[in-house]
Each structure stands twice: as C-alpha cells, then as structure tokens.
Design a protein around this ligand. Structure first.
Ligand SMILES: Cc1cc2nc3c(=O)[nH]c(=O)nc-3n(C[C@H](O)[C@H](O)[C@H](O)COP(=O)(O)O)c2cc1C
Length: 329
C-alpha cells in the first residue's frame, strides 16, 4: 500500500492536494463535495478587508442614494457591515469544521494592520485549523523599498502570531525582491509555512474600446517552472513547511513539486479547467508513480531534487538560454 499522507503546518493530510483559496471554497456545500472528491485540505476563499469596505460603501449609497453621509451614520454602518461579513465568514469556518474531517485553513487579506489581529482571533475562535495570510506587495511603489516591505511583513506576522495559537502560513507573491532573503526572514519570524506563490489579478487592454480590462484569470501548466524553481531553491533553507501554488495542473506537476521539496500543493485553475475529478486523477497518478519507483511514503522522496540535494545546484539558478538553444525551432 502506498501512503500518500503528508504533514503541512503540523496538520496531517491524507494526501498532498490542497484546494487553494478561490470561488471553489466559499461555501459549506462546495467544501463537503471537495472532501468527497478526495481533497487533502481546503483553504477557504479569502476574507478581504477591502471588499468589506466596498460593500459598506455600496450599502450606504443604496440607503441614502447619495455619496455624502453624516459621519455618525458611517461609524454605525462600519460596525454593522464589517461584523456582518465577518460573521458569515466565521459561520463558514464553523459549519465546515462540523461537516468535514479534512483540515480547514482560513485566509485573510487586510489593509489596516490592526485588522489582521482582530480577524485572526475571531477565525481561531471559529475553529479554523490554520490561517493563511494572503500578502501581495506589487513592487511598483518606488517609495516603498525592500526594507519597508520586510518591516510591514514582520509587523503583520508578529501581531498575528502574538494573538493566536493555530499555525500561520504566509502566501506571497513571486514578484518579491530578494525572494530568498525575504523567505528566510519570515521563516525566522516563526511562521509555520509559506505558500509559493499567489497569482495576481492580471490587467489587459481592450484595443477596440481603449480600456484597461481584465486579463486571463487562470494559470497554465507552463507556469509550473517558476514555482518549481523557487520551491527547490527555498526547500532546505527554511524550517517552515512549503506549499506550492501556481501552475500545478496534473499528477506529474504534483510529483515534480514534491521532489523539489514541497510538503503539499495547492490547486485551483486545473479544477476550473477540468473538474473536481482532477483531484483523484492526480492522487492516482502519484500513487502509480510511487509504486513504479517503489516508494511507500512521500517522505522517502520529498526534496530529493531540491537545489541542495539535486547534485546540480546550478541548474536551478540558470536563467539564460545560452548557446544550447541557438538552433531551437
Ligand atoms: C477565480 C480565482 C479566485 C481566487 N481567489 C483567491 C483568494 O480569494 N485568495 C487567495 O489567496 N488566492 C485566490 N486565488 C489564487 C489561487 O488561490 C491560487 O494561488 C492561484 O490561482 C494559483 O494557483 P493555480 O495555478 O492552481 O490556479 C484565486 C484564484 C482564482 C483563479
């Protein structure tokens, strides 16, 4: 018998497939279905502070039909609406925990630093097994350098870690400068895991209407290479666990990332493109591959091809095509 179990954030997963934060994980019914389809764990759709604020503004506009409101009304609305959206998120956590046996990881994205702590505490009380902090700093602000981003990240981690006991994992962007240094710092700050990487909303241009529009939302298997490179480089340099995210579309991608050193893989796009049966196809593929190579557990091969263990560390850092590709057709 092959044992597909893995440990991530101190949680025991029956297999290394985690369904990533998305519209696939925003209701109890969907979560029950995902467990039945073989998911090893779930990351809930993120709770976005910005979304709460936007909804609040819309409600105010609908109620008053004007953009100006008295400040006291705003204060009142702020309490009511923020609490409402947060309450339904907390209900999603507690109801999911009652309905399934697999780990439920909550996810938050906050703008104001004090909200990270407040939301985190409430999420822990609602019964989440772990908390994923959804961080994304696009390095487009030349006034906000690496130092400021690192300080902001530290502040968030220390506030959140100081207020809850459940494991915390940080989902970061591939655009982060000095990525290895950044990851080593956040590891030292005491997080239990990192997720490499979040995928951002991408802009596009509507050439007929001269407008900025929404780009293609889903990843493709060709996005795997970047995730693979960084999982391999980071693995062995940090104490915390690694979840790979972006470009994992099939069982082969999953196996590659485990070999590179991931503890688990988060998948989203492949489930939108195919369907939820893809989860079982991927675990079956992993199982068959393990039988072929006589591995009884994931621990026997995980990280075997990380940069530190691969025997060819330079290959993971190579970026230029050089002369080997001169005749590429
Ligand atoms: C429709 C959609 C909604 C998403 N919503 C969230 C979200 O709320 N929070 C978050 O951290 N990531 C969100 N993501 C990003 C995914 O969790 C994941 O990191 C990303 O899609 C890369 O994985 P993939 O290549 O398997 O799609 C979303 C992705 C998609 C496609």
């Amino acid at each position: 018998m092959t044992d597909l179990s893995t440990s991530y954030l101190g949680l025991q997963l029956t297999n290394p497939i985690i369904v990533g934060s998305s519209g696939l994980t925003d209701s109890v019914e969907k979560i029950i279905h995902l467990e039945a389809m073989g998911a090893g764990a779930i990351v809930l759709k993120s709770l976005f502070e910005e979304e709460i604020i936007m909804q609040m503004e819309e409600t105010i506009y609908t109620m008053t039909n004007r953009h100006f409101v008295f400040p006291e009304t705003l204060d009142y609305m702020e309490t009511i609406d923020k609490e409402d959206i947060l309450r339904s998120y907390l209900e999603l956590i507690s109801e999911s925990k009652k309905s399934v046996g697999i780990p439920i990881i909550a996810s938050i994205n906050c703008v104001s630093s004090q909200k990270w702590t407040y939301f985190a505490k409430e999420i822990e009380k609602a019964g989440a097994d772990a908390l994923e902090l959804n961080l994304f700093f696009l390095p487009s602000d030349n006034q906000r350098g690496e130092k400021e981003i690192l300080e902001a990240t530290f502040e968030i981690i220390s506030k959140v870690k100081g207020s809850i006991r459940i494991p915390v994992t940080l989902k970061i962007s591939a655009y982060q400068s000095n990525l290895i240094g950044y990851v080593e710092h956040i590891d030292q700050a005491g997080v239990e895991g990192i997720v490499l990487f979040n995928r951002s909303w991408l802009p596009d241009i509507d050439i007929n209407h001269f407008l900025v529009s929404s780009g293609f939302v889903l990843s493709s298997p060709s996005d795997l290479g970047n995730t693979l490179r960084w999982v391999s480089l980071v693995s062995g340099r940090v104490n915390c666990d690694i979840a790979a995210s972006t470009g994992v579309h099939d069982g082969i991608g999953l196996i590659k990332l485990l070999l590179a050193g991931a503890n688990a893989c988060q998948i989203v796009s492949t489930l939108y493109i195919n369907d939820l049966s893809q989860i079982r196809k991927m675990t079956d593929e992993l199982s068959k591959w393990m039988i072929t190579h006589k591995f009884k557990s994931i621990g026997e091969f995980r990280g075997r091809l990380s940069q530190a263990n691969s025997g060819n560390p330079a290959a993971w850092e190579r970026v230029q095509f050089m002369k080997n590709f001169t005749n590429f057709v």
